[in-house]
Design a protein around this ligand. Structure first.
Ligand code: S3P
Length: 443
């Protein structure tokens, strides 16, 4: 997509109370999976509430390149006519997944057991990220893989002609690894098994079952064992994408740190594998009420009512990290205003996201007057009632770093800038107008 565009510096200034309703966009993880599973199904998949951010649009483009018919029929409304399990065609061009680790890793899995060849690339951020964590298990199915040194993009995969099912224990807690293996397992005969020590987001499992696959999860001494029966006929489904709890975290954080704020954030997914930030915020004393709990699109959702109030620092246990892995940057901003220190444990994975998020947050917070202590796998933020601000943060092509520092600047004494806000388009295209609509002074 437009990752080659010029950097867009942005600034946030101390704002009055935030009020109103924040309608955050569709869930990014579920949006990618809806397009990919739609493409691997027979018949029609009608999607509503799809996130139309650059990451997901890159996945839509990729699904067309593999032969699926993917049409946009309205705002957030898409229709996919799939080619069925094993039906992917060889793409004519390189598949450019832009900034998206989820996109590239899941699509690699989806094609790795079909005898076609595809080459994957991405932007400068994605090209630095490790792909061996996915290509290693995909090679076990019998696919051939050529990667740049260190297992980086570009990666070329020739899918297995006679795929064998795989039993794979993930070395790190990662839904992307789990999902890539499960998607590859779809076209392998027999049972493909993924074992994870800590449960990670389970959207692939829920959606695979919804599309007609036989899949089960058991908790054993080894960990969470997910077993998929290969070669199902997936059937196209209606998919209503719930709103993204990771995107909701930004207006929620802003309301928590800007005095006098009270906002509502309707229809946010409360899937327990995504809920760690909200558990942590309640422990910090945050004034959040979960109203009208219900099920939407196969996911538990609720309407959030969020009010500003005093917060205290907490220790976040390592075994909660997977359920809030994308929320540590914004938690470190909230923690900057809490009384005492907030310790985030077991967060080494943050170093291989769109940027090294521990380093990016620590440097930017320090520049704005916050004390941060980091280790290879932890980050501690010392909170204070007032945060000076007044500095610019480097975003390293990372949407969540950009949004986190813009939220910080809404409550600091002096404005906070970011060198480049353009990556926000990958996951939350309406972030700036949505925040302005609540009364935030940023742009
Ligand atoms: C995602 C999984 C997480 C997360 C990413 C989305 C997914 O990555 O950080 O934003 O949709 O599966 P890991 O699985 O690598 O932790």
């Amino acid at each position: 997509m437009s990752h080659g565009t010029d950097p867009r510096p942005m600034t946030a200034r101390r704002s009055g109370p935030l009020t109103g309703v924040a309608q955050v966009p569709g869930d990014k993880s579920i949006s990618h999976r809806a397009l990919i599973l739609g493409a691997l199904s027979v018949g029609e998949t009608r999607i509503t509430g799809l996130l139309e951010g650059e990451d997901v649009l890159d996945t839509a483009k990729a699904m067309r390149a593999f032969g699926a018919d993917v049409q946009r029929t309205g705002e957030g409304e898409w229709v996919v006519h799939g080619v069925g399990v094993g039906g992917f065609a060889e793409p004519e061009d390189v598949i450019d997944c832009g900034n998206s680790g989820t996109g590239v890793r899941l699509i690699m899995g989806a094609m790795a057991t079909t005898p076609i060849t595809a080459t994957f690339t991405g932007d400068a951020s994605l090209s630095k990220r490790p792909m061996g964590r996915v290509t290693d298990p995909l090679a076990l199915f019998g696919s051939q893989i050529v990667a740049r040194e260190g297992g980086r993009l570009p990666v070329t995969i020739t899918g297995a002609v006679d795929p064998v099912p795989v039993r794979y224990k993930t070395p790190v807690a990662s839904a992307q690894i789990k999902s890539a293996v499960l998607l590859a397992g779809l076209n392998a005969p027999g049972e493909t098994v993924v074992i994870e020590a800590e449960p990670t987001r389970d959207h692939s499992e829920r959606m695979l079952a919804g599309f007609g696959a036989t899949i089960r999860t058991e908790k054993t001494e080894e960990g969470h064992v997910i077993t998929l029966t290969g070669r199902p006929e997936l059937r196209g489904q209606p998919v209503a994408v719930p709103r993204d709890p990771s995107s909701a975290a930004f207006p929620v954080a802003a309301a928590l740190i800007v005095p006098g704020s009270e906002i509502r954030v309707p229809g946010v997914s409360r899937n327990p594998t995504r809920d760690g930030l909200y558990v942590t915020l309640l422990e910090m004393g945050a004034d959040i009420t979960f109203e009208n709990p219900r099920e939407e699109g196969g996911e538990p959702v609720a309407d959030l009512l969020v009010r500003h109030g005093p917060l205290k620092g907490v220790e976040v246990p390592a075994d909660r990290a997977a359920s809030m892995i994308d929320e540590f940057p914004i938690l470190s901003v909230i923690a900057s205003f809490a009384e005492g220190r907030t310790v985030m444990n077991g967060v080494a994975e943050l170093r291989v996201k769109e940027s090294d998020r521990i380093d990016a947050m620590a440097r930017g917070l320090e520049a704005n007057g916050v004390t941060v202590v980091e280790t290879p796998d932890s980050m501690t933020v010392h909170g204070a009632p007032r945060v000076p601000g007044g500095a610019s943060a480097v975003t390293h092509l990372d949407h969540r770093i950009a949004m986190s520092f813009l939220v910080l600047g809404l409550a600091t004494d002096q404005p906070v800038s970011v060198d480049d806000g353009s990556p926000i388009m990958t996951s939350f295209p309406d972030f700036i107008p949505l925040m302005q609509g609540l009364g935030a002074d940023l742009g």
